[in-house]
Write a protein that binds this ligand. Structure first.
Ligand SMILES: Cc1cc2nc3c(=O)[nH]c(=O)nc-3n(C[C@H](O)[C@H](O)[C@H](O)COP(=O)(O)OP(=O)(O)OC[C@H]3O[C@@H](n4cnc5c(N)ncnc54)[C@H](O)[C@@H]3O)c2cc1C
Ligand code: SF4
Length: 508
């Protein structure tokens, strides 16, 4: 009876549960590059990262003594079925992926009339909380708050604790972490890598397929790390150069500075090249040794031990229906400038899209307060927008998109994530970024041809949804402000909104 292990491309770690269940002599390994994934039109930087990291991992496994086959084909079925038959595999082990559609696609594949073997799922060990543990924590709580989940995680994994109390006497230092950018603010340069021969071959392959599949974004320069060693170097470089400054400018946005003090570890941790608990322990240890301000250290640990695990837990806890949420009945199609990654005419949007085009990355506040903020207020369809996010970002996976885009960004889940709608006018962007200087729109205006579209849509959004939000505890204040706008001015605002063709529903 021959056993094989299929390593999926977000499981690139030798201690992942399927690999840990066997030794090199006991099972054959297979990895697959199927062109079919390109039908989702991923950003070139994302696909280069995924395939190159997978090829590098396959090489590492070979070095560690495993027998590894790397298959390339049009579809997974075309790659795997002949291979399984050729090697008389009777049992194929796969570590369960966190993404539901991927698991469903593999289950469907195993129903194929030619499928020759037994498919065996192994529980995923790449998150700190399993889906069952999360659901036990969630229990019958009325509202699931990230803050309380995070505190539970701090205690459970003994992170930044003094006995049973949080270090520094408080759990949360967010108030210290909201500084607008001061003039000339520059973050330390991040660590990038020149592509090696393996990566260059992947770049060439994808460049040759880019036109056929209409792949988006720039393929070069490609500077992401593609191995565990490089991912570890990125983490260490972050600790050495940016950890101490992580907190204060976490929410700042500066033209020409796409990364500031952000860690850039999400693509690696999501692919399995870094392990979350090891990262958290290393951050805590280094933070103590380097006497990093607690607000910064706690700030980054909150993202990993709190937000990352919370979004994963909720993804499984909410289940499949969550993906179809559309509480605000948002039906506006995505504008062409999103597909083109530029050309909106808005300084903030075009800056973020051009950085995204170059590297497949934008930091949290650019994603939340520029991209989804605009989509929320313009009424872009949440499912289409989520698919767009999943294609465009190097760190995007189904499990992390759902709550972040549908829930936090677009309020399509009617607040199940526990947040208010993150709608903000141009005033917020002007305060927290350098984007408004030089923009052709006027950040102080809310109607007329040169009015900032964020202002226009902000009031239009409040007017459209005033009945729903009038009694919402965190929105009522905004609705009262809306009530104070006189009728003729509100009509001028709403007429300007109607002129934004990319914010209009299709004609019935
Ligand atoms: C609309 C929207 C879309 C997003 N899409 C993704 C995505 O596709 N993939 C992804 O990993 N994160 C996503 N996030 C969360 C967050 O923006 C990114 O994790 C972060 O920007 C990655 O950059 P970084 O590694 O430099 O993060 P840092 O700012 O340095 O944060 C450290 C780490 O914390 C984790 N983290 C922080 N916030 C979150 C969060 N809300 N959810 C999950 N993990 C978090 C990430 O692993 C990140 O690497 C999204 C957030 C929003 C609002
Ligand atoms: S004026 Fe408005 S559109 Fe222009 S950069 Fe500022 S917020 Fe963006």
């Amino acid at each position: 009876m021959a056993t094989a292990i299929w390593v999926l491309n977000d499981q690139l770690h030798q201690a992942q549960a399927a690999l840990a269940s066997h030794g090199p002599g006991e099972a054959r390994i297979v990895v697959v590059e199927a062109e079919a994934v390109l039908r989702q039109r991923p950003h070139l930087q994302k696909q280069i990262l995924f395939w190159s990291a997978q090829r590098h991992f396959a090489a590492e496994l070979k070095q560690a003594g495993w027998q590894v086959d790397q298959l390339e084909a049009a579809t997974h079925a075309e790659a795997l079925i002949p291979w399984l038959k050729q090697h008389a595999i009777s049992r194929l082990l796969v570590m369960a992926p966190p993404d539901r559609p991927i698991r469903q696609a593999i289950d469907r594949l195993a129903q194929h009339s030619d499928w020759p073997c037994e498919l065996e799922w192994i529980d995923n060990n790449q998150f700190l909380w399993t889906a069952e543990e999360f659901s036990r924590w969630a229990g019958s709580k009325k509202q699931l708050r990230m803050e309380f989940f995070y505190r539970e995680g701090r205690k459970r994994f003994n992170v930044l604790m003094d006995g049973d109390q949080p270090q520094g006497g408080q759990w949360n230092f967010d108030q210290d972490n909201r500084k607008p950018p001061k003039k000339g603010l520059e973050g330390p340069a991040p660590l990038w890598f020149e592509p090696d021969a393996i990566t260059k071959a992947v770049i060439e392959k994808l460049q040759s397929l880019a036109e056929r599949y209409e792949l988006s974004g720039d393929s070069e320069p490609f500077l992401w790390g593609v191995t565990q060693h490089q991912a570890q170097q990125v983490l260490e470089h972050f600790i050495a150069t940016r950890l101490a400054g992580f907190g204060p400018y976490q929410d700042a946005m500066v033209s020409g500075q796409p990364t500031l003090w952000h860690s850039l570890i999400s693509p690696y941790i999501n692919l399995g090249l870094l392990q979350p608990l090891a990262v958290i322990r290393q951050l805590e240890q280094a933070g103590r040794a380097q006497q990093v301000p607690l607000a910064s250290l706690e700030g980054v640990i909150r993202q990993l031990l709190g937000w990352r695990e919370f979004t994963h837990g909720l993804y499984h806890h909410f289940g499949e229906d969550y993906s179809h949420s559309n509480a605000l009945d948002a039906v506006v199609p995505l504008p062409e400038f999103l597909h083109q990654l530029g050309g909106s005419g808005m300084g903030c949007v075009d800056t973020v899209l051009s950085e995204l085009n170059e590297r497949g990355y934008a930091h949290h506040i650019q994603r939340l307060m520029v991209l989804t903020n605009l989509g929320l207020m313009a009424g872009w369809n949440p499912q289409a927008f989520t698919s767009w996010f999943q294609a465009q970002f190097v760190d995007a996976h189904h499990w992390v998109m759902q709550t972040n885009v549908l829930g936090m960004g677009l309020w399509a889940d009617a607040g199940r994530l526990g947040s208010k709608p993150y709608a903000a006018s141009g005033r917020y962007i002007n305060k927290m970024s350098t984007y408004c200087k030089g923009c052709r729109f006027d950040q102080t205006k809310r109607s007329g041809p040169d009015a900032c579209p964020f202002n226009v849509l902000y009031w239009d959004f409040m007017a459209r949804h005033q009945e729903r939000f009038r009694s919402h505890p965190r929105m009522a204040l905004m609705i009262r402000q809306l009530d104070r706008i006189d009728a003729s001015e509100l009509e001028a605002i709403r007429s300007t909104a109607r002129g934004l063709e990319w914010a209009q529903p299709p004609a019935a």
